[in-house]
Design a protein around this ligand. Structure first.
Ligand SMILES: Nc1ncnc2c1ncn2[C@@H]1O[C@H](COP(=O)(O)OP(=O)(O)O)[C@@H](O)[C@H]1O
Ligand SMILES: [Mg+2]
Length: 264
C-alpha cells in the first residue's frame, strides 16, 4: 500500500485527456481535459444532463470511455482498473446507508467487509469526525437528510482512499444540511484526500472548491480558481455575488444555522 501511494504521488491525483463518450448517437463527452492536484477540491459544474455522472463513472471504472485517457492516483482507468478502485471511493446522490442499522453499525459493517482491524475504533473515529457521535447509536431511519449524507460520506472513507468522488453530494438537501455536508467535505480535503465533486449549484463550488471547471456541451469550457472565474463576469455581477446576502444567507441566519460560525 505504501509503495503504491508513493509511486503514485509523482502524478496528479486525477488526470484526464481528450476523453470522449457517446451513448449511441448522443455525444456526451467530446474531448474532456482536466487535472486535479493532490489534496485539493475540484468542482465539476454542469447543468442536468451535461455529462458529470458519465465522467465520474468513467473515472471510477464503472464505464469505459470511447477515446482519450484518464489516470486516477497514477493508475490508468482502462488498464489498471483494480488499482484505481482501490484508490477511490464513490458517493452518489442517493445515500447508500442501511436505515435499519444505527449509524455506528453501518460503519462497523463496512469496516468488517473491508477486513480492517478494529472496526469499532474506525467507526468511532469517523462518527467523531463527522459530528455524529451522539447520533451514532440511533437507527439511520431517524436521521435528517444531512446526517444521512454525512454518514454516507464517512462510510466511503473507510480504508482511507486517497481520492473521493462525490456526485452531487448535496442535491435534494435543505440549506442547513447542505452546510453540514460542505463542512464534512472541507475536512476531507484538509486531511489530504483529493475530492472531485460534481454539482449544479454555483454556491457549492464557490464555497468548497480550489478549482472549478464547467462542463458544457461535452467540453470543459472554463477551468480555474474562483477568482479567475469571477474575472470572466462583468463587474456588477461580481459585486452582486460578493456583497449581497443570498436568500440562503438570510434563511440560515433566521434559522440560526450559522451560530457556530460555520461556512466562514
Ligand atoms: N447509460 C446511458 N445510456 C444512454 N444515455 C445515457 C446513459 N447515461 C447517461 N446518458 C445520457 O447522457 C447524458 C449525460 O448524462 P449524465 O452524465 O448523467 O449527466 P449529469 O450527471 O451531468 O446530469 C444525458 O443526456 C443522459 O440521458
Ligand atoms: Mg449526474
Amino acid at each position: 500500500m505504501l509503495t503504491r501511494m508513493s509511486m503514485a504521488s509523482t502524478a496528479g491525483a486525477i488526470r484526464v485527456e481528450g476523453l470522449e463518450k457517446s451513448f449511441k448517437d448522443l455525444k456526451v463527452l467530446r474531448g474532456v481535459d482536466i487535472e486535479v492536484a493532490r489534496g485539493s477540491i475540484f468542482a465539476l459544474l454542469g447543468s442536468n444532463g451535461a455529462g458529470k455522472t458519465t465522467l465520474v463513472r468513467i473515472l471510477s471504472t464503472l464505464l469505459r470511455a470511447d477515446a482519450g485517457t484518464a489516470t486516477v492516483n497514477g493508475f490508468d482507468v482502462a488498464a489498471q482498473g483494480a488499482d484505481v478502485r482501490e484508490s477511490i471511493s464513490l458517493t452518489g446522490q442517493f445515500a447508500a446507508v442501511d436505515e435499519i442499522l444505527t449509524g455506528r453499525e453501518n460503519l462497523v459493517m463496512v469496516a468488517k467487509l473491508r477486513h480492517l482491524k478494529d472496526p469499532g475504533a474506525i467507526a468511532d473515529d469517523l462518527l467523531r469526525r463527522f459530528s455524529l457521535t451522539e447520533a451514532g447509536g440511533r437507527r439511520v431511519a431517524t436521521y435528517s437528510g444531512g446526517m444521512r449524507r454525512r454518514l454516507d460520506i464517512s462510510m466511503s472513507l473507510i480504508g482511507n482512499p486517497p481520492v473521493i468522488f462525490l456526485d452531487e453530494p448535496t442535491t435534494g438537501l435543505d440549506p442547513e444540511a447542505r452546510l453540514e455536508v460542505w463542512q464534512a467535505v472541507k475536512e476531507l480535503a484538509a486531511g489530504g484526500t483529493t475530492v472531485l465533486l460534481t454539482t449544479q449549484h454555483l454556491e457549492e463550488a464557490e464555497h468548497l472548491a480550489d478549482r472549478i471547471a464547467i462542463l458544457h456541451e461535452g467540453r470543459i469550457i472554463v477551468n480555474g480558481t474562483l477568482a479567475e472565474l469571477k474575472q470572466l463576469l462583468p463587474p456588477a455581477k461580481v459585486e452582486y455575488v460578493e456583497r449581497q446576502p443570498t436568500l440562503e444567507d438570510v434563511f440560515l441566519t433566521l434559522v440560526g444555522a450559522r451560530k457556530n460560525g460555520e461556512n466562514q
